[in-house]
Structure formats: structure tokens, C-alpha cells
Ligand binder design. Sequence first.
Ligand SMILES: Cc1cc2nc3c(=O)[nH]c(=O)nc-3n(C[C@H](O)[C@H](O)[C@H](O)COP(=O)(O)OP(=O)(O)OC[C@H]3O[C@@H](n4cnc5c(N)ncnc54)[C@H](O)[C@@H]3O)c2cc1C
Length: 394
Amino acid sequence: MTEVPKTSEAVVVGGGPVGLIAAIALSRQGVATTLLAPKPPHPDRRTTALLGSSVDILKDLGIWEAIEAKASPLRKLRLVDGTRRLIRTPEVLFDAGEIGLAAFGYNIPNEELLTVLRAAIPQQQNLRLIGQSATRVEIAQDNARIELSAGVFITAKLIVAADGRNSICRAAAGIRTSKRPLPQFAIALNFTHSRPHNDVSTEFHTDSGPFTLVPMQGQRSSLVWVCKADDAERIRATSDADLALEIETKCHSLLGEVRIEGTRGIFPLGVEIAERFADKRIALAGESGHVIPPIGAQGLNLGIRDADAIARLAGDALRNGSDLGGEAILDAYDVERRADIRARAAAVEILGRSLLTDFLPVHLARGIGLEIASRVPFLRRGLMQSGLGRTANG
Ligand SMILES: Cc1cc2nc3c(=O)[nH]c(=O)nc-3n(C[C@H](O)[C@H](O)[C@H](O)COP(=O)(O)OP(=O)(O)OC[C@H]3O[C@@H](n4cnc5c(N)ncnc54)[C@H](O)[C@@H]3O)c2cc1C
């Protein structure tokens, strides 16, 4: 077992994708880092579509090639209005080639992503992995103290809280969140199919939310199906064979015969955003700072930008000889991340709610907006780029 250091310049708490990426990014900046990453209780069966900004960051960290080898490119995005509403949008197909890209993003099973990231940890200088949880966090004027077990502590200048939605680090910093549950659930599962997906991701906008097919390697796809509570209960009790038929029908046999692989995950949806993204030596990264519904593949992509931002700022502080977890760096982090996180959370929530409402003008606006955007070349390109950039404006 690795010996627990008494001090470390930075400690990253949490071994999910954001924690692993933050730890690698900090160590690449020369910051002596300890990563607290206990073994997760369950495998993560979701997949993640990594978008352009994440690909750039992972390339800079030298880990993109290994990730790309396990991922499937999303070369085209098809939007289908699957509602039974009066105002419906004609099918729209966006091609990454139109904005000069090989792909909009790359879809990878989370377990494969975690395996690649864990394999990269021992290759980093300045990075020590401890397979234990933080049990308590105390903040003092000049440092923060993290307790691992009775009498075992690490003292650090900066804590990166990548400990997920129930973050004890966020609680220790006294950062509150605003929380809005949504009346929807997401069903996530993977399946094989008899027809090729041709690297096209298809999103059906249905009356309860998006039903999104995302290509995986081979004749396999992942599905994120946003539905209402009673549908989620029914789907939980449906056999694999019946559910496969239902999925095939819902996607108009686009991918041929469907066979479900492994188990299905059912996630209650909501939006939870921290009031500040850093305070008292603690920077929130990933779901400790923002939980948003899986619409438009934004959640982890935001978390990767958090990891990149805190590592850059900490690296600058180290080179300038300033305090790594001091007010200046935490304020800069809060300002840098605020606009991006809030803009994307709002966009995702509006899209989710616009599908639920029965208010006709909302459908008219959504239908016309998408129709115009898809026909006017510069709006069309703008719409495609806005989902991919480093910041809300970028
Ligand atoms: C159905 C679904 C589909 C999604 N699809 C996409 C997508 O396509 N693209 C996208 O960008 N996002 C997607 N997301 C969002 C994405 O999955 C999350 O943003 C991401 O998993 C969050 O990663 P994280 O590292 O912040 O948190 P987590 O993965 O929750 O990791 C937190 C880690 O912290 C550890 N931890 C907790 N407490 C402690 C402690 N005290 N000490 C030490 N460790 C601790 C936990 O064990 C865990 O390993 C999806 C979400 C859902 C629900």
C-alpha cells in the first residue's frame, strides 16, 4: 500500500473521471499532487460523448490516443422531432465536416475511460495515488487538512473537490447549492443492433424528453432515454426482450434488430449548481459543482474544463511563487468557470423543460428556431460549434 504523505501541494479528492483528469493535469503543471481515489462500489455502465474541448485538453495531457482507441466517432448528428405536437420540426442532419471537423465528439464507455485514466496515473511525476476516502476536511488560514482515518491526515494548500454530487469537501467549504429536481428520469443502457450506425448519433425529441442513440465501436450503441417517472417504473420492470422491441419501435427500426447488453441504469434528473465554484482552499470540479441532466452531452465535458482550468491556475501560481489555494487563484477559478457552467446548465434545463410543456408558443419557438438555424448556413455552423467550444463564448 502506498504510504500516505503528511503534506502535498494539492490533494484531489475523488477517483471518478474528473478527479483522475484533474490529478494528471495538476501533476503535468509540476504541482506535487495526491489523489484520493477509493475503489468505486459499482462499475459505471454509462458512456460519455467527449466533445471538441475535452479532446483538446486530453491531447494536451498526452492521453488522447489511448482514449480514442476505445471510442467511436460521432461524425453526424440527426435530430428527429418525435413529438405528437402540432408544430413539428422537419428532420435535421448536421455533418461535422461542415465545420471542418472529423467528428463532433467521441463516445466511450465510462469504464474504458476510467481504465485508460488509471493506467496513466503511474506514468506521472509528482502524483501519488492513495486508494482511500477522505473522511473529514478542516480548513485553516494557511492550509487545509484532510483526514483519511483516525490519526491519518494530509495537509495541503489546495483541495480539488472531485468527490461527486454529495461532496464532503464542498460542505467543508460551506458552499451551498441551488437544487431543482426535474420530473424526469434517464434510462441509460447499451445495445447491439443488426444495422450499422454509420457514426451517426440520432436524437429523437419526444414528449417526455430526448431519446438519444450514440454510436459505440462495432454494431453497438448507447441509449440515453429521458422519460417521465411512471415510464421509468414501467421500464424498470420490463424484460430485456420486450424493452429491445420497444426501443426498436421507438427508433423506427433505424438500427434494425436490437439486443440489450448488460444492465440498465435509471437516474433521477435534476439541476444542482454550486453558488460559488471555489472558496476556502477548495475548488469544486465536476459534479461537486454542477449536476445537469444528460441532454446534449455537457456534464463531464464541463467537468473536464474545470479540471483543466484549476490545473492551469495552480501551475501559474506555483511558477509565480503565490499561494496555490489562496484567494486570488480561487476567485480567478470561480470567475473563469461561472459563465460556462451557468450558460450550459440553463440551456440544458430549457431544452428539457421545453419538451415537457404543453404551451404552444414554446413548441413554435423551438420548431422555428431549429428550422431556421438548420437552413441558414452561418446559424447552422454556429449551432454546431456552440455545443463544442472551450467556453460558452468560444
Ligand atoms: C445517463 C447519463 C449519461 C451521461 N452522458 C454524458 C455524456 O455523454 N457526456 C458528458 O459530458 N456527460 C454525461 N453525463 C454526466 C457525467 O456522467 C458526469 O458529469 C460525470 O460522471 C461526473 O464525474 P465526476 O468525476 O464529477 O463524478 P463521479 O463520477 O460521481 O465521481 C466522484 C468520485 O468521488 C468519489 N468520492 C466520493 N466521496 C469521496 C470521498 N469522501 N473521498 C474520496 N473519494 C470520494 C466516488 O467514489 C467517485 O469515484 C451523463 C450522466 C448521466 C446520468
